[in-house]
Design a protein around this ligand. Structure first.
Ligand SMILES: N[C@@H](CCC(=O)N[C@@H](CS)C(=O)NCC(=O)O)C(=O)O
Length: 199
């Protein structure tokens, strides 16, 4: 059994979009919970088993999976028929895994630091900065529609999501990719789903 702990218009919305793209909604119970939001609204929900009361949080046959990258990798592997994962043995698998790790380890921290206006030589030495992050994406998307080439994968769904939420960066290759990913049926489904859910 699969249960996704979700809060509307949050980082778990992209997991709902993925479930739609995977045609897996019937296989997953979506439990809507509240979370503490940065604008001061919301509150931690005692029904949410995440140790920090965050979303997304997935429970698969009693086993927890947390962090968007791990959850999306796991779900895309669980439902391979949709073709959104890259299987072990495929030469694209290394890049596929690396995009998920880079998202969690570099891209999201860099975006948060940039949005907060925080800069420090130690941070730049560790993560580089927003310009380098965008250059990496633009280079990967040069002459190809998606990060892994011609096919849309779960990596595109995850990595385009902050730009879809906070706005495109004004880099042509990235902006066009965000538009392509945002036009997918999963994005429209998740937006409509969230409009019907109140935690
Ligand atoms: N790196 C985590 C971040 C999860 C996260 O911070 N989610 C927010 C919602 S967008 C949350 O649950 N915040 C509630 C809180 O911080 O208490 C992931 O991507 O899964």
């Amino acid at each position: 059994m699969l249960t996704l702990f979700h809060s509307p218009n949050s980082r778990s919305t992209r997991v709902v979009a993925l479930l739609h793209e995977l045609d897996a909604l019937d296989a997953v119970r979506i439990e809507t919970v509240t979370v503490a939001r940065r604008d001061g609204s919301g509150a931690p929900d005692a029904r949410n088993p995440h140790p920090d009361r965050k979303v997304p949080y997935l429970v698969h046959d009693g086993v927890a999976v947390w962090e968007s990258s791990a959850i999306m990798l796991h779900l895309a592997d669980l439902f391979p028929a949709a073709g959104l994962s890259v299987p072990v043995g495929d030469p694209r698998r290394g890049a596929y895994l690396s995009w998920f790790a880079w998202y969690a380890g570099v891209m999201e921290p860099v975006m948060m630091l940039e949005a907060a206006g925080v800069a420090h030589p130690a941070l730049a030495a560790t993560f580089r900065g927003g310009a380098e992050m965008r250059a990496r994406l633009a280079e990967a998307l040069d002459g190809r529609p998606y990060l892994l080439g011609e096919a849309f994968t779960a990596a595109d769904l995850l990595l385009h999501s902050p730009f879809a939420f906070f706005g495109k960066p004004g880099v042509p290759a990235i902006d066009a990719w965000v538009d392509r990913c945002s036009a997918r049926p999963g994005a429209a489904y998740a937006a409509a789903f969230d409009a019907t859910r109140r935690a």
